[in-house]
Ligand binder design. Structure first.
Ligand SMILES: [Mg+2]
Length: 191
């Protein structure tokens, strides 16, 4: 039995076993652009994130699903964004060895590959996408990443792809509407 959402189709049986959702950063949480600069001799790297993507990740967390970032670049920007969203684990490996990095994380968290979803966009993601239970490609992913994906999103990285996936996953689990109501309720109470 399956439940479809606009733009993405995830089997209910696959969706319900996902315990951890991992995101690549450049081209997934962003449109792939990086702003590099130098301020008084200090290297500066800035990225632009989508606010609706962020709330999608918050909804995953609210539903009890762990989240992680695995990126092949190192930047303070990613640390800040991950902290803001309460992402559980952040792996920034400048050598882009994502498979061993994720393997260590899964061993530490005692989670099997079949219970992991990974959202990627390009060649550095292929190794991981071939191992996880739910490999996902953003709308503007490379042909190789699209081929490796079980789910191909319609929206592009940095422009709603992550939100599209978070909603599709929760809808496939039959949890989206209740999580939206829980979120509204949590924001309607006095702190
Ligand atoms: Mg990427």
């Amino acid at each position: 039995m399956s439940v479809s959402a606009p733009g993405a189709f995830i089997e209910m049986s696959v969706a319900s076993r996902i315990q951890l959702v991992c995101f690549d950063v450049d081209g997934v949480l962003t449109d792939g652009g990086i702003v590099l600069g130098d301020v008084d001799g200090t290297r500066l790297e800035l990225k632009r994130y989508d606010i609706q993507d962020g709330l999608g990740i918050v909804m995953l967390r609210q539903a009890g699903i762990r989240t992680a970032i695995i990126t092949g670049r190192e930047s303070v920007s990613v640390e800040l964004r991950a902290k803001e969203l309460g992402i559980d684990d952040v792996i920034q490996d400048r050598h882009a060895r994502k498979v061993p990095a994720l393997r260590r994380l899964l061993e530490r968290r005692r989670i099997g590959w079949e219970s992991v979803a990974f959202v990627g966009d390009d060649l550095p993601d292929l190794g991981v996408m071939r191992l996880v239970g739910l490999p996902v490609a953003v709308g503007n992913a490379s042909p190789e990443a699209r081929k490796a994906a079980a789910v191909q999103l319609t929206r592009a990285g940095g422009a709603g792809a992550v939100r599209e996936f978070c909603e599709a996953l929760l809808r496939a689990r039959g949890e989206w509407d209740t999580q939206v109501e829980a979120y509204v309720q949590s924001r309607s109470e006095e702190p």
